[in-house]
Design a protein around this ligand. Structure first.
Ligand SMILES: [Zn+2]
Length: 94
């Protein structure tokens, strides 16, 4: 005799019931798993920010540079040196 056991579980994201294929499944679709993960990351980063915002330097808080310098290096050497020059002028360094 064959018994087919259908296990139903509620999706943690939308609350609909779905058929479990394996034991650790918690969401009805990969999209809902993705949404839940994004939401959790959002919550965690907000928590991290509020916990450590007083300890963070200005640079970490607002990113490297302010207006003309980005956090990443520009591959064009001329525009990169221009950006550094402008940033120096703005900060009155030189
Ligand atoms: Zn769902």
């Amino acid at each position: 005799m064959n018994h087919i056991i259908i296990k139903l579980k509620k999706c943690k994201w939308c609350g609909k019931e779905f058929i479990k294929k394996h034991n650790r499944e918690e969401y009805c679709s990969t999209e809902h798993r993705k949404y839940a993960r994004q939401e959790q990351l959002r919550i965690n980063s907000r928590k991290f920010y509020h916990k450590y915002k007083d300890l963070m330097d200005e640079e970490i808080k607002w990113g490297l540079g302010s207006v003309f310098l980005s956090a990443h290096r520009n591959n064009n050497f001329v525009s990169e040196s221009l950006a550094i020059k402008r940033e120096k002028q703005k900060l009155n360094v030189e």
